[in-house]
Write a protein that binds this ligand. Structure first.
Ligand code: KIV
Ligand code: ZN
Length: 515
């Protein structure tokens, strides 16, 4: 059976989703989880694009040992140099070089002739080969390129040293049959193509990213590029979990193997959804909440008699836990640490100690602490790198049917200074957010506000997710607390801390660029 490599680009193309800004801690945790999922290649970012991306790619390359780590690069020497600096400490450094090959992109974006594009691509591959053992070359907008030109440039970059050729459907335009035909065309028209791996990279603008990727596999691709939950630019990329499970369930048809650990799929999907704030629709194939829910009486009856009547994928296959372990106020530090590790999170001793304090506080108010509660606490503890930024000290909100809702908030800034403000609003959350806006003395546009309970029950934790725009920064924030208003305040402050961090990083980048 042929082996198919999974190239995960959640941290690069996935992170290009509108409003998604992952910080270093969050990227590292996703990379560790991708390693547990046993993807073959992790595209960790675009090192030349910013100082933050460079640092994240470098740290991921130095942390991940059992996957190859790669970074994106334009066909220019300065990008390749930055990528090498970031990736050289990796277990198997590889470079992902790209240049556009469609007439639309060459004329309007690159303003280069086809000959100039070939020259730039060849020169970039040759330069990259001085450093990188593996160079992957991508023809951006390949699917709207002229096939003879595509074959010509592919032949040239193979001669120059590229060992993986990627054929992206950058704008999600191609159909499955046409995409398969491009792979066949290249195999029939490019000398030495049998010495390289062919890769598929599909976007979902017409809802065909997964099926196009599968078509590429049927027509000779041995690598697929995808993201967890299908997140990505515009309508997103091909969803890794859907391709992986389709190849597994229909092995009889596709006749291929992968090295993925499918049992890690659900956990990876949850982690990416929580950290990016991109919700998984309930009916999403494989990882949606309802993917295994049998609603109609006839289906329930069938499944009770024999699961396979209506169930082609078992929840266990993708690691959906059959029961959720419960901890309580008598559980000790040891039990907590065990459960955290079983849930797949890596926490330092200090983080465990802090988590234990939060766990005990919660256990005093809530009888059973479920896995979901624990994960919510871990997220608060581990993924809040803003301890030195603004923190909530207290809130007081007054609401009555015949009163004007009023909020008073006290914040602490990184230097320990207190900021206190009060304001009113049409409802409690608006009063609270008007007050916070005063505290930060800047105009904040609230683009999204979502609230959900962690698990069930009246004493469930509240988790709030917000998306904000401040000046030209769009980002998200989340907060968890037992009270919905406290969770709302925390989510808003978390988003504002991210805004300040992004602005500080941008200013730093500008300083570097002008020095
Ligand atoms: O979609 C695309 O063309 C890309 C390339 C940069 C590979 O993401
Ligand atoms: Zn892409």
């Amino acid at each position: 059976m042929r082996n198919i490599k999974f190239f995960d680009t959640t941290l690069r193309d996935g992170e290009q989703s509108a409003g998604v800004n992952l910080n270093l801690q969050e990227k590292l945790e996703i990379a560790r989880q991708l390693e547990r999922l046993r993807v073959d290649i992790i595209e960790a970012g675009f090192p030349a694009s910013s100082k933050g991306d460079f640092e994240a790619v470098k740290q991921i390359a130095e942390t991940v040992r059992t996957c190859s780590v790669t970074g994106l690069s334009r066909s220019v020497r300065s990008d390749i140099d930055a990528a090498w600096e970031a990736l050289k400490g990796g277990a198997e450094p590889r470079l992902h070089l790209f240049i556009a090959t469609s007439p639309i992109h060459m004329v309007h974006k690159l303003r280069m002739t086809p000959e100039q594009v070939i020259e730039a691509a060849v020169e970039a591959v040759k330069y990259a080969k001085r450093f990188f053992p593996i160079v992957q070359w991508s023809a951006e907008d390949a699917c709207r390129s002229e096939l003879p030109f595509l074959a010509k440039i592919v032949a040239e970059v193979i001669k120059a040293g590229a060992s993986v050729i990627n054929i992206p459907d950058t704008v999600g335009y191609i159909t499955p049959k046409e995409y398969g035909e491009i792979f066949l065309y290249l195999q029939n028209n490019v000398p030495n193509i049998e010495n390289v791996s062919l890769s598929a990279h599909c976007h979902d603008d017409l809802g065909m990213a997964v099926v196009n990727s599968l078509s590429a596999i049927e027509h000779g691709a041995t690598q697929v590029e995808c993201t967890i939950n299908g997140i990505g630019e515009r309508a997103g990329n091909a969803a890794l979990e859907e391709i992986a499970v389709a190849l597994h369930i229909r092995k009889d048809y596709y006749q291929v193997e992968t090295r993925l650990n499918l049992q890690e799929i659900k956990r990876t999907s949850n982690l990416v959804s929580k950290l990016t704030g991109v919700v998984v629709p309930p009916n999403k194939a494989v990882v949606g909440k309802n993917a295994f829910a049998h609603e109609s009486g006839i289906h329930q009856d069938g499944v009770l008699k024999e699961k396979t009547t209506y169930e082609i994928i078992s929840p266990e296959l993708i690691g959906v836990p059959s029961n959720s372990m419960v901890l309580g106020k008598h559980s000790g530090r040891h039990a907590l640490r065990n459960r955290v590790e079983e849930l797949g999170y890596t926490l330092s001793d200090e983080e465990i100690n802090q988590l234990f304090v939060r766990f005990k506080e919660l256990a005093d108010k809530k009888k059973d602490i479920t896995d979901d509660d624990l994960i919510a606490l871990i997220f608060e503890e581990k993924f809040d790198p803003f301890k030195d930024f603004y923190q909530l000290s207290s809130i007081q909100v007054q609401y009555g049917t015949n009163q004007i809702p009023t909020a008073v908030v006290v914040l602490k800034d990184g230097k320990g200074n207190e900021i206190q403000e009060a304001a009113t609003g049409a409802g409690s959350v608006e009063a609270l957010y008007n007050t916070l806006e005063r505290c930060f003395q800047t105009e904040v546009t609230l683009l999204d506000y979502r609230i959900e309970s962690v698990g069930g029950g009246r004493d469930a934790l509240a988790q709030v997710f917000v998306k904000v725009r401040v000046r030209d920064v769009e980002t998200s924030g989340r907060g968890t607390a037992q009270d919905v208003l406290e969770a709302s305040a925390k989510a808003y402050i978390n988003a504002m801390n991210r805004v300040f961090m992004i602005e500080a990083m941008r200013a730093e980048n500008e300083k570097v660029a002008t020095s």
